[in-house]
Design a binder for this molecule. Structure first.
Ligand SMILES: [Zn+2]
Length: 337
């Protein structure tokens, strides 16, 4: 997985590529940011770019792996002797023995590659003793090794470890980027990818995890509700619309999951209506495919009303998480919009 195949994060990826090309990559790095956005992929891409036998360069990337040579293929299969991946085992933590083994190996010159890459995924799962064992190596790193720690909760690492690893902050992906990843890597159709991307809130991992709810229906239901409330104030009609919100759900989703997915879609639609009402940059739209349907809603939902509605959706989601009845939450919400 060369740098060029990573979706999003262009600035950071260009930075890493340049550092590899100019041999200024620090001996230890911490890739931090939300779960499910491609940090581990980026770590493997570093290992590939460093060890590729036929590296290439493009206008955006000073050095990138070819993705096809013997070294690249071995790294992709996880069998390159100089690229070591550590991750939590069955216990959910990374034990000291796993780290000791790597530290021992890091003392030797790489077998085949130019530079040994040690990737520690979910580094926050390192038990404190393992972090302390790692510390000495991070303080005086072997010249031919690079340690790449990956974490979505970097502040759970010991301050001593954190202070030795320059941190690169990866942000959430845009809905368009999540959509692209779901279609390219996970076989989603464009429509279901868009709905899942809205639900995933910038994370490919979260979009994949939310599979049980019927997300296409959740977004369609949210859109219908918004159109209904824009048309008029009739409370009876609104309460009927509330009933519909949980009527169609995915195969294993509960009424609560389905309503939560619908509320997240509603929040995303309201945010877009706000963007359209204020004339902000349309590239920020999460539901760009619905632009022509959302634009007329800006007449009913001016920015004040859409902010109020957004806040109500937020409260409804919080109430659902606290185990309030889905019916009560849906009924309450439709009267607040
Ligand atoms: Zn290669």
């Amino acid at each position: 997985m060369p740098f060029r195949t990573i979706i999003g994060h262009r600035r950071l990826i260009a930075l890493l590529s340049r550092a590899v090309a100019r041999e200024t990559l620090p001996p230890s790095l911490l890739l931090a940011g939300p779960a499910g956005i491609g940090k581990r992929r980026a770590a493997v891409a570093i290992a590939e770019a460093v060890n590729c036998l036929q590296p290439q360069s493009t206008s955006d990337l000073e050095r990138d792996a070819c993705g096809a040579c013997a070294a690249c293929r071995r790294i992709q299969r996880g069998v390159h002797p100089d690229v070591i991946l550590i991750e939590p085992g069955d216990t959910g933590s990374i034990r000291i023995e796993q780290v000791r083994d790597v530290i021992d190996r890091a003392g030797y010159r790489p077998f085949e590659g130019r530079r040994r890459a040690v990737i520690i995924d979910e580094a926050d799962a390192l038990v404190p003793a393992a972090q302390n064992a790692l510390l000495k190596t991070l303080e005086e790193p072997p010249s031919a090794s690079v340690f790449v720690l990956v974490s979505s909760i970097p502040d759970a690492l010991l301050p001593t470890v954190r202070s030795r690893c320059p941190r690169l902050r990866f942000g959430a992906l845009s809905p368009a980027e999540v959509t692209e990843a779901l279609v390219r890597d996970h076989g989603y159709t464009d429509v279901s990818a868009r709905a899942a991307a809205v639900d995933g809130d910038g994370s490919i991992g979260r979009a994949l995890a939310a599979e049980s709810a019927d997300l296409v229906e959740a977004r369609a239901g949210a859109q219908r509700l918004l159109e209904q409330t824009a048309r008029g104030n009739d409370p009876v009609r609104r309460l009927e619309a509330a009933k519909e919100l949980t009527s169609k759900k995915g195969p294993s989703a509960s009424e609560r999951d389905q309503l939560a997915a619908c509320l997240r879609a509603l929040a995303s639609l309201l945010r877009d209506v706000g963007i359209l009402a204020s004339g902000a940059d349309r590239r920020l739209l999460g539901n760009a495919d619905l632009e022509s349907q959302l634009t007329p809603l800006t007449r009913a939902f001016d920015s004040r009303r859409s902010i109020g509605a957004y806040a109500a959706v937020d409260r409804a989601l919080a109430a659902l998480e606290r185990n309030a009845s889905p019916k009560v939450v849906a009924d309450w919400l439709v009267l607040q919009l």
